[in-house]
Design a protein around this ligand. Structure first.
Ligand SMILES: [Zn+2]
Length: 95
């Protein structure tokens, strides 16, 4: 099953509805991802990871960026690996 990393954050382990944390509360890495069940069907999921896994996930993390298509002048967003990536315009593809 394919997992798409959205973000890796350091968060308090026992976050709940309480706004204040106890001083002894430790922060841990949490992995937010999309999991592909079937092609083009994604489920949002989270999991706790150790710090080494967190660094690795950060490297392959995808960035949500907005693009404007020169052809049809429509804005669209896409998940890209780096700033130089130029994804295909979803509107032009339909034609
Ligand atoms: Zn376009």
């Amino acid at each position: 099953m394919r997992k798409i990393t959205l973000s890796v954050c350091k968060v308090y382990r026992n976050t709940g509805r309480f706004r204040l944390h106890r001083k002894k509360t430790k922060k841990a890495w949490k992995h937010f991802f999309l999991e592909e069940d079937e092609p083009d069907e994604f489920n949002f999921g989270t999991e706790w990871v150790d710090s080494i896994t967190a660094q690795f996930l950060k490297l392959k993390k995808l960035h949500k960026r907005w693009f404007i298509c020169i052809g049809c002048r429509q804005w669209f967003y896409s998940y890209v690996k780096n700033a130089r990536a130029t994804p295909e315009c979803p509107y032009c593809e339909e034609e």
